[in-house]
Design a protein around this ligand. Structure first.
Ligand SMILES: Cc1cc2nc3c(=O)[nH]c(=O)nc-3n(C[C@H](O)[C@H](O)[C@H](O)COP(=O)(O)OP(=O)(O)OC[C@H]3O[C@@H](n4cnc5c(N)ncnc54)[C@H](O)[C@@H]3O)c2cc1C
Length: 474
């Protein structure tokens, strides 16, 4: 069908159907708005299709294979064979189920779905281009718009993604054979998660990182636990090395790196995965036509209602800045929709949890001790090592700790840093504690099931109060 340039009207146009956009669209529709959600590629965005979900599917599958093959001390003797094509196809099934669910939920809530690429024509109109010969474009006039176009991987100069030798995280999550060796450029959370996955699948993994430590942004003692476990899995780290160029060499590649003194090193591998961060997709939607401004990093700056400098145009998720996380995108989408519908919604970033699905996992929320001090609190810290947790020991995963940071005079919980099995789940209790204004006493007085990992949270709070039972007190 030739669509031509037909103009339609809607209360709210949402551009991009990732966790920011589809949540905004559903919530606005629930609140009675006429909503059009435009997506150019796949419902669910990066998160469901190429990010959170596929990477976690591989985290699970690789851990299962690795644990089964390394459980001799538990009396289990197995040598699992990896069928990567089958693993990838299972992952695709999980993704399809979720993306299909998003589409159904949007329709069930009355959201009008439109496939195509949206760009602003002016501050009340977007143009949606449809792919394919003769498909043309159409215009949508809107009262409110939500920009949720997400992010793309940062490209290192000379390392253009080709899907064969130089992989993006998206390429790495679609392989049909386990690479014999992999050079990972970047030891941020995506690089570390995928290094762990491939090391567990039997790949010889080398990581080169420009900075001098893995997982920049996390405290040293947290990052150290993960790095040391990755080393046990065979990951070889080289810090202070910037990837500068590569060439094909036999069946694989040689990557050259340079340190701060200009010394060059060479690393051979079958493939390289480049994971050095992500940048916002704000340069392809003609924001200028709508008068929406971006900062020097390309992010759209927003207020606590998720509004851009143009009051009726909102920006949510990765385009609106760090932390680039799916749950932060969804919360912003929800607040934008509620504010558009006249509800008294506002954003509060005090308790945004973050997780890294390495081995062990990391879960953090709120303030570190140093940040608490900087902000004028008088922090007190309590910690429980996982080696003192009966459940962690019985899972044979006793590395790491739960740390709780609180304000000593008031007892209010301010933050937590967890590096432990299931840290991504454990952190939820402390996010709730911060959100509710709970004190150390509240957490310590809450009866936790024995034996569980979550007892470590109670014990860390008791430790901060000076009366932990299973660890020595400060
Ligand atoms: C490997 C990897 C693992 C990750 N793991 C996690 C994790 O475990 N937990 C977590 O919280 N986060 C994780 N993330 C980050 C997470 O994926 C993002 O923070 C999240 O997807 C951001 O959501 P969003 O809605 O802002 O954008 P996206 O999910 O990027 O969605 C944007 C959508 O907009 C569409 N779009 C772009 N331009 C246009 C246009 N002009 N017209 C129409 N549509 C358009 C795109 O096609 C896309 O579907 C991971 C990311 C990666 C890459």
């Amino acid at each position: 069908m030739v669509v031509g340039d037909i103009a339609t009207g809607t209360d709210v146009v949402v551009i991009g159907a990732g966790p920011g956009g589809y949540v905004a669209a559903i919530r606005a529709a629930q609140l009675g708005k006429d909503v059009t959600l435009v997506e150019k590629n796949a419902y669910g965005g990066t998160c469901l299709n190429y990010g959170c979900i596929p990477s976690k599917a591989f985290v699970t599958a690789s851990s299962l294979a690795h644990d089964a093959g390394n459980a001799e001390e538990m009396g289990i003797h197995a040598d699992p064979a990896i069928d990567m094509a089958a693993m990838t196809s299972w992952k695709d099934g999980v993704v399809d189920q979720l993306t299909g669910g998003v589409e159904k939920l949007c329709k069930a809530n009355g959201v009008n779905l439109m496939e195509g690429t949206a760009t602003f024509a002016d501050e009340n109109k977007v143009r949606v281009g449809h792919d394919g010969e003769g498909q043309g474009s159409e215009s949508i006039e809107f009262e409110h718009a939500v920009v949720s176009t997400g992010s793309r991987p940062v490209q290192v100069p000379n390392f253009e993604f080709d899907g064969e030798h130089i992989l993006s995280s998206r390429d790495a999550l679609a392989l049909d054979a386990v690479p014999e060796s992999l050079l990972v450029v970047g030891a941020g959370y995506i690089g570390m998660e995928l290094s762990t996955v491939f090391a567990k699948l039997g790949t010889d993994v080398t990581v080169v990182e420009m900075l001098d430590s893995a997982l920049p942004g996390y405290e040293d003692d947290v990052a150290r636990v993960v790095r040391s476990r990755a080393e046990d899995l065979g990951v070889d780290f080289h810090f202070g090395e910037a990837a500068s160029e590569w060439e094909e060499m036999g069946e694989g590649i040689t990557v050259r790196t340079e340190n701060a003194d200009g010394e060059v090193s060479e690393f051979g591998a079958e493939k390289a995965l480049v994971a050095v961060g992500r940048s916002p997709v704000t340069d392809t939607i003609d924001l200028d036509a709508a008068g929406v401004e971006t900062n020097d990093k390309g992010f759209i700056e927003t207020d606590d209602r998720a509004r851009s400098n143009v009051e009726h145009i909102y920006a949510v998720g990765d385009v609106a800045g760090e932390p680039m996380l799916a749950h932060k995108a969804s919360k912003e989408g929800q607040v934008a929709a509620e504010h558009i519908a006249g509800e008294p919604a506002a954003l509060d970033y005090q308790a945004v949890p973050a997780a890294v699905f390495t081995d062990p996992e990391i879960g953090t929320v709120g303030l570190t001790e140093a940040e608490a001090e900087e902000q004028g609190f008088e922090p007190v810290v309590g910690q429980m090592p996982m080696r003192a947790s009966g459940r962690a020991l019985s899972m044979n995963e006793s590395e790491g700790f739960v740390r709780v940071v609180a304000d000593e005079p008031s007892g209010f919980v301010l933050g937590a840093q967890i590096v432990a099995p299931e840290a991504s789940e454990l952190v939820a209790e402390l996010a709730l504690a911060i959100e509710m204004g709970a004190t150390l006493e509240d957490v310590a007085a809450t009866i936790h099931v024995h034996p569980t990992l979550s007892e470590a949270t109670m014990e860390a709070a008791e430790n901060a109060l000076g009366h932990a039972i299973h660890t020595l007190n400060r």
